[in-house]
Design a protein around this ligand. Structure first.
Ligand code: DAT
Length: 187
């Protein structure tokens, strides 16, 4: 199949679609989300950056180089995001798919990367052994795809390989095709 189904569990009153790009760190979320946003003319919402810029975290975990978000911070973050998502036309990039309300998204892409490739990417990123191991385990144990399947309607969740440039191009093109069909369906 070349495209994705355009079924949506929400639809809501939004005219424009929202897309979530998720996956283990290093699978290519930021790269993919940026390119999808550019191709579709969407706003790219990098949630990690939003957390950082708006102090939506309790502390920085130096071992895992991660911002720890408590319940209050989570509310603040979701309040910040709500107007953007309500308007639609957003490509959201984050590694915790279950953080967001299900109704926000019309398409959810879960990027997957082969172990050896992910190992090299995380090494290149300069991660400590501990952080690299944690993320490798996360990918091998399929943590993000399972969390995503629990949080969203199965019809809008798509697991995509993200090992090389051909995968990247194909994923961006598929998102574009999906969006063309979404527009035609909601016209
Ligand atoms: P993430 O946002 O999931 O942490 P990223 O977009 O920062 O990942 O990508 C991590 C590194 O891998 C970065 O150097 C770009 C590269 N990369 C991402 N997707 C790729 C792909 N499909 N093929 C080859 N390299 C890719």
């Amino acid at each position: 199949m070349s495209g994705f189904e355009t079924e949506s569990s929400s639809g809501a009153s939004r005219k424009k679609a929202n897309i979530l790009v998720t996956g283990t760190p290093g699978t290519g979320k930021t790269t993919t989300a940026e390119q999808v946003a550019e191709k579709l003319g969407f706003r790219n919402v990098n949630v990690g950056q939003l957390v950082k810029d708006n102090n939506c975290y309790e502390e920085h975990d130096d071992t895992f180089d991660t911002y720890l978000i408590n319940d209050g911070d989570e509310d603040k973050l979701l309040d910040l995001m709500e107007p953007m998502l309500k308007e639609g036309g957003c490509v959201v990039d984050f590694h915790s798919p279950e953080l967001f309300p299900e109704r926000w998204f019309d398409l959810v892409l879960v990027l997957r990367t082969d172990t050896e490739i992910l190992y090299d990417r995380l090494t290149q990123r300069g991660y400590s052994d501990k952080k690299r191991n944690e993320n490798m385990e996360c990918e091998i144990m399929q943590v993000i795809i399972e969390e995503t399947r629990e949080a969203y309607d199965e019809n809008i969740v798509h697991e995509l390989p993200s090992n090389n440039i051909e995968d990247l191009e194909s994923n961006v093109n598929r998102a574009h095709q999906w969006h063309e069909a979404f527009k035609a369906n909601s016209a």
